[in-house]
Design a protein around this ligand. Structure first.
Ligand code: GAL
Length: 958
């Protein structure tokens, strides 16, 4: 059991090759990352002015094509907005408030915080003239939520779901050989889940370019059947002709193995499509000596679909897939490639310390690896379709997946959501089951529920016959959804009699889709209700819930149960049950929000993995508790464990399968040692020592080499050690971070469920408009110079009101105000001016900042000296010759612009929580050395050097 399987190692080597490039850059199909160089500002759900006057023009964007106004207008001046790259979660950047939602971790967004609930994103991008005649689509992996999208002022659509991927064909709206603007309004006022969901464009955005005859979006579907070691691959491709004329074409399907070798290829000729016709073309290809995809060795193949017209390549599309079989059996559980596999799963939300839902791809891999290290082999995407990159990580690392639909229902829109999930995800070999829903209490036990489930199940099967359909059921395992569902998903042993249900339905395969929901705070061993800390001994949490050990023992002992999914692998924001404010994260995780293991991880590692495991809890720093009894537990897969305190044996005990060992130990400082025996021989030992005071800060990176691609990250563990270099498990020092070189810190955390510390230190941007703009006609520009000394402009006419463009004055003096905050010391203040005249001079509080400026389409920017400004009201005067109108309907700019106040970010810092904190660093696109320095009062600082190497970046829209 202890030997590391040799083939595992070989597989790990092979895995390097499995990482197929997902992005093609040849001329026929391009998929460009559109994450970089966006502008962001908060809008408002109901205050039109704060929402940049979007939708206020006489003809709105719903009235006429191309009438996107306000921030949706391509000419809108967004220079004062914040610059950022995606993925972005604005919720995680906010502070906490007891008035905010428990479900969303008390982050100050949502209904009670309208100023922080709508976000606008804008991006300018060039499209070359050579793209004319191609099909271009913008693809969003997911936006939370209610995303409205405009391209060059054309309203292209709304996606209400925070979890669906969606795309729009924008071919006809683009300026070829010129500049284009995409604007996205995101409204996160409403919650979809009862857990933290983030806010904003928190997944990738892509720009796809194809020829008019091309593989439809998510248009391929690869399935396989195995007989001995030859696989029969069925490759389906949906081809669409978006040309104006009918097209004749041929289709070539080629299968390439992980080493790039072609292993099968077939061609079909004489195919034809009328304009806007789509056809699914099916071909069978045999793959001899198929290398199967499994958990230890996740072999991937690639289907290359080539569309040829007149023997010229029109499109080439790649689909990563795996060859494997899956089967749920009502008596024997789950089978992968004909071999029995017990599902050792966790449920997870997509949420991580410091970054929230906006997880860089590498963090997805990091988290899946952490789960695998615990011995887990399955992941339930509770309770919505995940980011595609999570599924890629599961494919490449070998993790089985239940992909879950968000909201149950059978209206067209609900079925469309289900369809989009299945069509997008059905080539991932990691996915073993589609979950149509979770704990739908209103319908679980009713005829309506049975009807809805049955329709959804049939519909899902019409899109994919190869996966089992399940639902998570908790409202008693009686009648309703459970009657009709193919694979029963039990949510919690305490919610009903699982055995009785199985006896009644012996032919229904089943698994525990949720079990656990136990409470533990990492590094805490004495429950403190006042502080909201819960001891990390695995105890039965509530009368109707069971410990992880009780849950696993139940599932491990019943072969007909395919396995169980713990609630949850990682803590997440929100659902701080059994506590509430000021607790802001859950207590359920086997790991905390940073992915630091709670002790349960070692229980699972003992019984879920092949790794020799021996772990002791608690820590051994109990100063002041001398002589008092402390519960010492050992988690191990050894046959026996002997415990020693300061070399004195406290007894050797036999380990029962799926259990743990306990001792009551009178505390004395020193060394607690456990020795594990296998077949009577000493196999492992584990030492826990009493430590001294913290003396030095420590930094440990999960990797010290980064790719300079603007995306790669390293996850750094921050701790402190005593003079003997022992890490201090109880430390709570505040650590301050400083970074230099081509990298940036993107988040900090420490896993403390009650921490209300900042997780992001980003510069704060306030924008202030010019208000109360009045005008006075002048005979000439020069005359204005005298008038600006006039203190009172209140009797003047409102600027631009009822202006008679046929009888313009030679010049105008405009006077308005802007309000600055009481304290703006330390802030950088910039005035982004947009011409309101053909020629103009600008004065702030009587001081000239621009003289005789010609009208500028791009506008002018002025950094304002603090000395010319004052708290509260400031005056702005502009002397300008008017911009005439050629036609009555011409739009002339009447807004002189925005004052931007940028308060620099405070230095990044975080307190340790029970000895640990985490900091995530992301590489920029420049290569070089990144230096992270961590300092704390009275401690020796730590310096960490990272190398960021030049690499090919993903093709992107800049
Ligand atoms: C379940 C639910 C999960 C989570 C969990 C907490 O009922 O499906 O989403 O809320 O309870 O115990």
């Amino acid at each position: 059991m202890f030997g590391l399987k040799k083939h595992l190692l070989i597989c790990l080597l092979l895995l390097v090759n499995c990482a197929f490039a997902q992005v093609r850059t040849d001329s026929n199909r391009q998929r460009l990352l559109m994450d970089f160089g966006w502008r962001f500002a908060f809008g408002h759900p109901s205050d039109t002015e704060k929402d940049f006057n979007n939708g206020t023009s006489y003809f709105s964007y719903l009235a006429k094509a191309g009438y996107g106004d306000g921030a949706a207008d391509p000419n809108f001046d967004d220079r004062a907005w914040r610059k950022l790259d995606l993925p972005h979660d604005w919720a995680v950047e906010q502070g906490f408030s007891s008035q905010a939602s428990f479900s969303h971790g008390f982050k100050a967004i949502g209904r009670n915080f309208p100023d922080k609930s709508v976000g606008w994103y804008r991006k300018s991008f060039d499209i070359p003239l050579s793209d004319l005649g191609r099909k271009l689509s913008v693809e969003f992996d997911g936006v939370f939520r209610d995303a409205m999208v405009w391209v060059n002022g054309h309203y292209v659509g709304t996606e209400p779901s925070g979890y669906n991927s969606f795309q729009y064909d924008i071919t006809d709206y683009l300026n070829y050989g010129g500049n284009n603007v995409i604007a996205v309004r995101v409204d996160a006022t409403m919650e979809e889940g009862w857990f933290y969901e983030g806010a904003g464009i928190y997944r990738h955005v892509w720009l796809s370019k194809t020829n008019p005859l091309h593989v439809a979006p998510n248009g391929t579907f690869v399935t396989s059947e195995l007989s001995s070691n030859t696989a029969k691959i069925t490759a389906r491709a949906n081809i669409i002709n978006e040309d104006k004329a009918a097209k004749a074409f041929s289709l070539v399907q080629t299968i390439v193995d992980a080493n790039g070798k072609t292993v099968a290829s077939k061609r079909k000729d004489n195919l034809k499509l009328s304009p806007f016709e789509t056809q699914e073309i099916e071909m069978e290809l045999p793959v001899a000596n198929a290398k199967l995809w499994d958990i230890e060795c996740p072999n991937l193949y690639k289907l290359v679909t080539t569309v040829l017209a007149n023997n010229k390549e029109e499109d080439q599309y790649e689909t990563a897939f795996g060859i494997r079989t899956i089967r749920f059996d009502a008596k024997e559980g789950f089978f992968l490639n004909g071999k029995h596999v017990k599902l050792k799963g966790t449920n997870n939300h997509q949420d991580h310390a410091g970054v929230g839902t906006a997880m860089p791809d590498e963090l997805q891999y990091w988290r899946i690896r952490k789960l695998k290290e615990m011995g887990s082999n399955a992941y339930r995407c509770s309770h919505h379709p995940p980011t595609p990159e999570l599924l890629e990580a599961c494919d490449r690392l070998g993790m089985l997946v239940i992909d879950e639909n968000r909201l149950m229902g059978t209206s067209e829109q609900r079925l469309e959501d289900l369809k989009r999930m299945i069509i997008r995800d059905r080539n991932h070999p990691s996915i073993i089951s589609w979950s149509i829903g979770n704990e739908e209490w209103a319908i679980e036990n009713s005829v309506t529920g049975a009807r809805i489930a049955s329709t959804m199940q049939t519909y899902a099967k019409s899109l994919d016959t190869t996966r089992a359909i399940n639902a998570g059921i908790s409202g008693g395992f009686k009648s309703g959804i459970s009657d009709v569902i193919e694979v029963m998903g039990y949510n919690y042993m305490g919610n009903g009699d699982i055995e009785a249900h199985h006896n009644q339905f012996p032919d229904q395969p089943a698994m525990g889709t949720e079990e656990g929901s136990t409470f533990a705070t990492r590094g805490v061993y004495v429950t403190d209700p006042q502080k909201h800390y819960i001891a990390a001994y695995d105890k039965k949490p509530r009368p109707s819930f069971y410990s992880i050990e009780e849950g696993w023992t139940f599932y491990a002992n019943r072969p007909w149960l395919a396995g169980m999914f713990i609630w949850t692998g990682f803590d997440y924001r929100g659902e701080a049950t059994p506590h509430t404010w000021p607790s802001v994260t859950s207590y359920f995780g086997m790991m905390d929000l940073c992915g630091f293991p709670k002790d349960n991880v070692y229980y699972l590692k003992s019984w879920w993995s092949d790794q020799p495991t021996l772990h002791l809890l608690p820590h051994w720093n109990w100063q002041g508790q001398e002589g008092k009894e402390i519960d010492v537990w050992a988690y191990s897969n050894c046959d026996e464990v002997e415990l020693f305190l300061n070399r004195k044996s406290l007894g050797r005990q036999q380990m029962k399968p799926n259990s743990h060992l306990e001792w009551k130990v009178k505390y004395a400082p020193g060394t607690l040692e456990a020795v594990g025996y296998k077949n009577g021989k000493k196999a492992l030992s584990e030492v826990v020592k009493t430590t001294g005071e913290a003396a030095a800060v420590k930094l440990d990176a999960h990797k010290t080499s980064l790719q300079a691609d603007g995306e790669d990250i390293t996850v750094i563990t921050v701790s402190v050690a005593d003079k003997q270099k022992l890490k201090v498990p109880t430390a709570g020092n505040e650590i301050t971070f400083q970074l230099s070189g081509p990298g940036k810190i993107i988040g900090v955390g420490n896993g403390d469920p009650t921490s209300l510390e900042k997780e992001k230190f980003v510069e704060e941007i306030q924008t202030v408009g010019i208000v109360d703009l009045k005008e006075k006609p002048l005979q000439e520009m020069h005359e204005g110079l005298d008038a600006i000394s006039e203190t009172d402009a209140s009797t003047w006419k409102k600027a631009f009101e009822n202006r008679d463009y046929k009888n313009l004055a030679p010049a105008y003096l405009y006077s308005g105000n802007f309000e600055l905050p009481e304290d703006f010391s330390g802030a950088e203040i910039t005035f982004f001016y947009k011409s309101i005249g053909k020629e103009q001079s600008i004065y702030i509080n009587g001081i000239e900042i621009g003289e005789n400026l010609k009208e500028s389409v791009d506008g002018n920017a002025f950094k304002l000296d603090q000395a010319m400004l004052k708290p509260g009201r400031n005056r702005i005067d502009i002397v300008a010759t008017p911009i005439p109108k050629k036609h009555e309907w011409d739009n002339v700019n009447t807004s002189p612009g925005t004052v931007q106040i940028v308060t620099p970010a405070a230095p990044w810092k975080r307190k340790l929580f029970n000895g640990l904190a985490q900091i995530i660093i992301q590489a920029t696109k420049e290569a070089g050395e990144i230096t992270l320095t961590a300092t704390a009062k009275d401690l020796k600082p730590a310096v960490l050097k990272l190398k960021s190497s030049a690499t090919a970046t993903r093709p992107s829209v800049d």
